[in-house]
Every structure is written in structure tokens, then in C-alpha cells.
Design a protein. Sequence first.
Length: 52
Amino acid sequence: MDFETLKLNFINADTDGKIKIYTESALKKEEYMELLRHFPVEELPRLEAALG
């Protein structure tokens, strides 16, 4: 799957889906940063816990 398709899936996913995509994808640093721009700030602790 190309990054633009992955990003659209990420944008349209609920928070759990966003976390799953973020943690299961092998991306470049810039691509991870791009996804974070579309992640709800108030849910960052959940993402950090999933990465931890």
C-alpha cells in the first residue's frame, strides 16, 4: 500500500484504528510525522502507551 492510501485510511479511522495503523506500519520518520498531524492531541497518551 502506498503512503497516500495509508494516510487516507489513517485520517478516516477512529482512534483505535489510527493507533493500529501507526504501530503496525513500517514508515519513514517523515511519514510518521505526517500521520501525527492527523492524530487527536488529547489521545496522544494512548498512542504513547501503545508504543511503549
